[in-house]
Design a protein around this ligand. Structure first.
Ligand code: P53
Length: 484
């Protein structure tokens, strides 16, 4: 009788987005340019990292360009002007939660301005009020794959320790302004993406060797850990009712064969992923990373009290994205996935999306169980979904049964995990409304329940259309996950 039967009451069903992928309005109301807005659309759908690893030279070029033509994250889907009708559509689906991020550069255009930009704050005031109107809980990411570009130009973003102070000034403004308004926060989106060289870390590598890049990125990440821990403490102090989490891109991996050397390789791969939550949940650098740092000639510079700060700033809940799983082998695998991130081997038991992301619903149950065993704090799936090409049919509709299948399978496995005893707070699927892809900056990689009429070149009416999955998710929420 101690086995739960399904999703708990108050489960946070909803959807997740990021400022730079939806807002547009990149140069209005005092907003500064962000690191996301200097990234061009990927020329190769299956290699997104290349585009996201910008250099000081590509930044210069982008800054000289005052149009959004080549930079899709400058235009988004015009949420900035359409937030009322978009949130209304979320409410129509019955959303209990809407995850969004605040664009740091709307609040501090240069990152280190003397005063916050009131017009930027006003925008989020309105968005949160709109959510509240429908009883939708805003779940807010403080920094989602972007930061004020000026900080990157001036001090190479998170590579500089000075960025900690800039960030914590920003977060203090937010916690004070939204005390009692925002109950759920998270610090850095997919903090581990810092090792992939995503611009979100702000770290720009021109001609560095592999180990030099790792050195720079892990140092930048150390600064982010400290900044995150300070933000956690600020949040608790300013609004004791609020909860604040970390956010990991979970990369569930399996050994390529039962050969112990493969099993060990998978374990190491897993540690490199769990390192981030180990620091942010347990409040300590794990020993296994000392060895990794030594092997890669990485030497982290830490201030005397950094470790104490990290220890005092552990998170209230663990949120993560889950899209796929990978396979790890001790020796270089021949069968690579064609995934756009280029990591991990092919799993013969799984199918992949058109972007090479291997679809693995059971992996979500495994991940949830592992997290719960390891950390024993509430878990929150804040991203999961299928990027696919959608067709508008002659009847003006979008019959996205493949998306419904993907989501249904994953929700079923979450339910199993809850029955396994996992404490799961909610599920905000990724991209409830079509948006600009983080990895490739394509519009045609669509995740939404709501179709947006815009193509990769930015052409289209921006009209919103409910897909089949819209009505399906509405029913899922109405039945608290019973009718799938
Ligand atoms: P896109 C890679 C692997 C896992 C999550 O991604 C990732 C990425 C980035 O490509 O990013 C998260 O748009 C991210 C979102 C992003 C979403 O997953 O590349 O937090 O901003 O849009 C999906 O298909």
């Amino acid at each position: 009788e101690n086995v739960p039967t399904g999703f708990p009451k108050g489960f946070l069903w909803g959807g997740a987005t990021a400022a730079n992928q939806i807002e547009g309005a990149w140069n209005v109301d005092g907003k500064g340019l962000t690191t996301a807005e200097v990234v061009q659309k990927a020329t190769d759908r299956k290699n997104s990292l290349a585009m996201n690893q910008v250099t000081q030279a590509t930044i210069k070029q982008a800054m000289a360009d005052k149009t959004a033509d080549l930079y899709p994250k400058r235009r988004g889907i015009d949420f900035y002007h359409r937030y009322q009708s978009d949130i209304k559509l979320f409410a129509e689906m019955g959303f209990k939660a809407f995850r969004l991020s605040i664009a740091w550069a709307r609040i501090f255009p240069n990152g280190d301005d003397a005063q916050p930009n009131e017009a930027g704050l006003k925008f989020y005031d309105k968005v949160f009020a709109e959510c509240r109107k429908y009883g939708i809980e805003p779940v807010v990411t403080l920094s989602h794959y972007e930061m004020p570009l000026a900080l990157t130009v001036k001090q190479n973003g998170w590579a500089s320790r000075k960025t900690i102070a800039a960030f914590t000034r920003y977060t203090e403004v937010l916690f004070k302004r939204y005390r009692g308004v925002v109950k759920y926060w998270m610090t850095f989106n997919e903090i581990n993406a810092g090792t992939w060289g995503f611009t979100g870390t702000g770290a720009v590598d021109d001609q560095l060797t592999t180990n030099e890049k790792l050195q720079l990125r892990y140092q930048a990440l150390h600064h982010q850990f400290v900044a995150s821990a300070i933000a956690v403490q600020q949040c608790h102090k300013i609004d004791p009712q609020a909860k604040i989490g970390c956010m990991l891109a979970r990369m569930q991996t399996y050994p390529n064969t039962p050969n112990p050397v493969d099993v060990r390789a998978a374990q190491v791969q897993d540690q490199l992923n769990l390192f981030f939550t180990d620091v942010q949940v347990r409040g300590e650098y794990p020993e296994y990373m000392n060895r990794y740092f030594k092997d890669h000639q990485i030497k982290l510079k830490m201030a005397a009290d950094d470790q104490a700060v990290i220890k005092a700033g552990t998170v209230d809940y663990l949120s993560f994205s889950y899209y796929m799983s990978t396979v790890t082998a001790a020796t270089e695998q021949k069968a690579k996935t064609s995934g756009n991130l280029g990591f991990g081997g092919k799993n013969p038991y799984l199918k992949a999306s058109d972007w090479g992301w291997q679809i693995d619903p059971v992996g979500l149950r495994i991940t949830l169980n592992e997290f719960w065993d390891r950390y024993r704090i509430p878990l929150f799936v804040v991203e999961n979904g299928l990027g696919a090409v959608d067709q508008v049919t002659a009847d003006g509709k979008i019959h996205d049964s493949y998306r419904i299948d993907y989501l249904r399978q994953h929700i079923l496995q979450m339910k199993e995990a809850i029955k396994d005893g996992v404490d799961l707070m909610g599920y905000t699927m990724w991209g409830p409304i079509d948006l600009i892809s983080a990895g490739t900056s394509e519009m045609s990689k669509r995740y939404g329940f709501i179709y947006v009429d815009q193509d990769d070149a930015g052409k289209g009416t921006l009209r919103r259309i409910r897909k089949d999955s819209f009505y399906w998710y509405q029913k899922v929420i109405a039945t608290n996950g019973e009718d799938l």
